[in-house]
Design a protein around this ligand. Structure first.
Ligand code: PLP
Length: 370
């Protein structure tokens, strides 16, 4: 029983394969600035994700910053997003000199709810930033309709949605841009890394400048870019991890079924939505525990698992509006009490990776089926 057992486990390539690839880096002595491995990974990801534009970044947060910058939103304008996400989503809006505005989540999916987004729109709104949280796909049509009606840009934090397709169409083609994280905790990782995809081939040029200080050539700097470049060591990890993604997804998909088998019969346990036509990312296995119906609280289950060396996570509790910088920000909702204020004390992500053993599953089942 390998304990502690964490909520995720980074995918790692064979060390000999890594050594062989690093040999190429040592031979060329090119460590960064769009080296050969970087170019190879970028082109592989373009075909893997089936998108005209795929631009690598050094991490998902810098990629979010750059994607928002690409949209050229008016300074001080408002970007509507969800409070049920990782801190980077709101921070990226703030760092761009924009104002995050929070809208409630849908009880069915826990993604941002179009009707609550409508409630949050003001004359200053310039964009919507949806998050495919846990890998659950946002209401793509609902959000695009609102964006079109109000002349807003639409961007997705797809950090949890690598490899997702919607009726065969890549998730990276929706909205004006999608941002992926390739962090160690994400299923496909480059240790640290990020990626922006868009449906427009023309975006590649602007994104290229945004990630490299705006440098066009030795004599010209054409935009206010940042250092968002992925290096060759990260790219090597990516090249070797990409072929391992399918098998890890297969294992996680089986684990998902095992969890669902014993959880679905329990009163007060909310399971991840089944989204027809969607090929999943298998990033997280999230549940909600209703303390009244289940007769135990989320925190109680969390602590009890922890005593067995099983570290589940309360993603994403606290929510953004509980954080010091956003404490006084309202959550716009179609309800009197925003749904997110209720589920934030119910959500729990169970260990979800290829290292979860039969013994681990037994112990987790015993925790729920006492
Ligand atoms: C991981 C994550 C990010 C940030 O990615 P980094 O690569 O860690 O910078 C952004 N948004 C969400 C929802 C994430 O889970």
């Amino acid at each position: 029983m390998p304990r502690p057992l964490y909520v995720t486990r980074p995918l790692l390539p064979d060390l000999n394969d890594m050594h062989a690839l690093l040999r190429e880096v040592w031979d060329t002595r090119i460590l960064t600035n769009g080296g050969p491995l970087h170019e190879r990974l970028e082109s592989e990801l373009k075909s893997y994700l089936d998108v005209p534009t795929a631009m690598l970044f050094n991490n998902g947060t810098i990629a979010l910053l750059a994607a928002l910058k690409l949209l050229e939103l008016p300074e001080g304008s408002e970007v509507i997003t969800t409070p049920l996400t990782f801190a980077a989503t709101a921070h990226a809006i703030h760092w761009n000199g924009l104002v995050p505005v929070f809208a409630d989540v849908s009880p069915d999916t826990l993604t941002i709810e179009p009707e609550s987004v409508r409630k949050a729109i003001t004359a200053k709104t310039s964009a919507i930033l949806g998050v495919h949280v846990y890998g659950t796909v946002c209401d793509l049509d609902g959000l695009q309709t609102i964006a079109d009606e109000h002349g807003l840009q639409l961007i997705y934090d797809a950090a949890h949605a690598f490899g997702v397709t919607v009726h065969g169409k890549s998730i990276g083609l929706f909205g004006n841009a999608s941002v992926f994280s390739l962090h160690a905790t994400k299923l496909f990782n480059t240790a640290e890394g990020g990626l922006i995809t868009t449906a427009r081939a023309e975006d590649a040029k602007n994104l290229y400048f945004l990630r490299n200080f705006g440098i066009k050539n030795e004599d010209e700097v054409v935009s206010v870019g940042i250092n968002g470049k992925m290096n060759e060591l990260q790219a090597a990890m990516g090249l070797l991890n990409l072929p391992l993604v399918a098998e890890e997804k297969r294992v996680r998909s089986q684990l998902r079924e095992r969890y669902q088998d014993f959880l679905k019969a329990l009163p007060g346990i909310w399971l991840p939505p089944n989204q027809p036509g969607i090929f999943p990312s298998e990033q997280y296995f999230q549940i909600c525990i209703d303390p009244v119906l289940f007769k135990r609280s989320r925190d109680d289950v969390y602590r009890s698992l922890q005593q067995k060396g099983i570290f589940s996570r309360k993603y994403f509790h606290p929510i953004c509006t509980d954080f010091e910088p956003y404490r006084n920000y309202a959550i716009h909702s179609v309800r009197n009490v925003p749904h997110v204020e209720i589920v934030k004390s119910q959500v729990l992500c169970l260990p979800f990776h290829g290292g979860v053993t039969e013994d681990d599953i037994d112990d987790i089942r015993d925790e729920f089926c006492q």
